[in-house]
Design a protein around this ligand. Structure first.
Ligand code: SAM
Ligand code: DTB
Ligand code: SF4
Length: 331
C-alpha cells in the first residue's frame, strides 16, 4: 500500500494566543456546588498565601466629580445628577496627611483616584509629586487616573508608582451598554502601556450590573488570560447611586458575589484579590465568606471615592472576630 501523505489543517484557533482559561472552563467553576467551589478556592489560596493575612489598601479621591465620561455606574460622571459636586485637585499636604493617617491605621497601600478620562500634562506633574511623597512615607503606591499614554506610564513609574489601577469593568460583549465614551480596546491598550512601563497591574471589575453568570465568567476569563494576569484584582459589587443609569438594577444574590471571588482566586492564584466596593451593603457574614473564598485585600477607610465604606473601627473588629491579621508593610 502506498504511503499516503496526510495533511492536517489546524483550526484558526490553534494559531491564536493560548487561552489558559476559556470562558466555558470559568463558567464550569461558577456552576460548581457552592461548598465545592469554596473548598477548591481555599486550597488554591493556601498554596500561595497565608490565609490569615489581609492587605489593607486606603483609597483617596484626589480629584472628585465633573468627569466627562458616561460610565453608567459612576456617581462622578458630570452628566448624571447624583449630588457629587466637581472639585479641584487636592493639594499635596491634604494627600500626605491622609496617607500618614492611613499608615498609622495599618494600611500598607495607598491608592489615589481621579475622575478623569485621562490625565492632562499639568495634572501629571502634581500627581507625580504626590506619588513621590507617598512612596517616601513607606507606603505602596497605586493610582487610577483613566487612560494613559506611554510617556505618562513611564513618568509615574519614575516617580515611584508601584501599581496602576485600570479596570476592565465587565465582559466585552456588554461593555458597550454600560460605557459608550471609550471602548474595551482602549482599556486593554492602557493596560499594555502600564505593563510596558514595568508597573504592576491592578485590574478587576464590577459585579451586579445586571450581567448574567456567563458574562461574569467572561470578565474573569479576560482577566485570567492576560499574560501575565494582574497582580491585583479588585472585585467591586456595584454601589447603586441615585441618578446613575444603573440605579435600580436588580440586586445580585450575595452568594453569586462570593462565587465570583472564589473563581477569581482559582483562576489567578497568586493575585491579591480585593473585596472592593460594596462591603458596607454586604454585612459581616458575606464578607467572611469572601475571605473564605480567597479574598485577601480590602479597601480600608471610611470612604471609597465618593461613597461610604465600613469605618476603620468596624473593620478592625471584624478582622479580630475572624482571627485575621493585617499584612505587614513590606511583606
Ligand atoms: N476615572 C478613572 C477610570 O475610570 O479609570 C479612575 C477612577 S474610576 C472611579 C475607578 C473604578 O471605580 C471604575 O473603573 C469602576 O470599576 C469603579 N467604580 C466606579 N463607580 C463604582 C460604583 N458605583 N460601584 C462599584 N465600583 C465603581
Ligand atoms: C476599584 O476597583 N474600586 C475603587 C478603586 N478601584 C478606584 C473605586 C470604587 C468606587 C465606588 C464608588 C465611589 O465611591 O464613588
Ligand atoms: Fe469618569 Fe472614571 Fe467615573 Fe468613568 S468611572 S465616569 S471615567 S470617574
Amino acid at each position: 500500500m502506498s504511503e499516503q501523505k496526510i495533511v492536517f489543517h489546524a483550526p484558526a484557533a490553534v494559531h491564536a494566543a493560548p487561552q489558559t482559561w476559556p470562558v466555558d472552563a470559568v463558567a464550569e467553576l461558577f456552576d460548581l456546588p457552592f461548598n465545592a467551589l469554596l473548598y477548591r478556592a481555599q486550597q488554591v489560596h493556601r498554596e500561595h498565601f497565608d490565609a490569615q493575612e489581609i492587605e489593607l489598601a486606603t483609597l483617596l479621591s484626589i480629584k472628585t466629580g465633573g468627569c466627562a465620561e458616561d460610565c453608567g455606574y459612576c456617581p462622578q460622571a458630570a452628566r448624571y445628577d447624583t449630588g457629587v459636586a466637581a472639585q479641584k485637585m487636592l493639594d499635596l499636604d491634604t494627600v500626605l496627611d491622609t496617607a500618614r493617617q492611613a499608615k498609622a491605621h495599618g494600611a500598607t497601600r495607598f491608592c489615589m483616584g481621579a475622575a478623569w478620562r485621562e490625565p492632562k500634562g499639568r495634572d501629571m506633574e502634581k500627581v507625580e509629586e504626590m506619588v513621590r511623597h507617598v512612596k517616601a512615607l513607606g507606603l505602596e503606591t497605586c493610582a487610577t487616573l483613566g487612560m494613559l499614554n506611554d510617556d505618562q506610564a513611564g513618568a509615574l513609574k519614575a516617580a515611584g508608582l508601584d501599581y496602576y489601577n485600570h479596570n476592565l469593568d465587565t465582559a466585552p460583549e456588554i461593555y458597550g451598554g454600560i460605557i459608550t465614551t471609550r471602548d474595551y480596546k482602549d482599556r486593554l491598550a492602557t493596560l499594555e502601556r502600564v505593563r510596558r512601563a514595568d508597573l504592576k497591574v491592578c485590574c478587576g471589575g464590577i459585579i451586579g450590573m445586571g450581567e448574567s453568570r456567563r458574562q461574569r465568567a467572561g470578565l474573569i476569563a479576560q482577566l485570567a488570560n492576560m499574560t501575565p494576569y494582574p497582580e491585583s484584582v479588585p472585585v467591586n459589587n456595584l454601589v447603586q447611586v441615585e441618578g446613575t443609569p444603573l440605579y435600580g438594577t436588580e440586586a445580585l444574590d450575595p452568594f453569586e458575589f462570593v462565587r465570583t471571588i472564589a473563581v477569581a482566586r482559582i483562576t489567578m492564584p497568586k493575585a491579591r484579590v480585593r473585596l472592593s466596593a460594596g462591603r458596607r451593603e454586604m454585612g459581616e457574614a458575606i464578607q467572611a465568606l469572601c475571605f473564605l473564598a480567597g479574598a485577601n485585600s480590602i479597601f480600608y477607610g471610611d470612604k471609597l471615592l465618593t461613597t461610604g465604606n465600613p469605618d476603620v473601627e468596624a473593620d478592625r473588629q471584624l478582622l479580630a472576630k475572624l482571627g485575621l491579621r493585617c499584612k505587614p508593610s513590606g511583606a
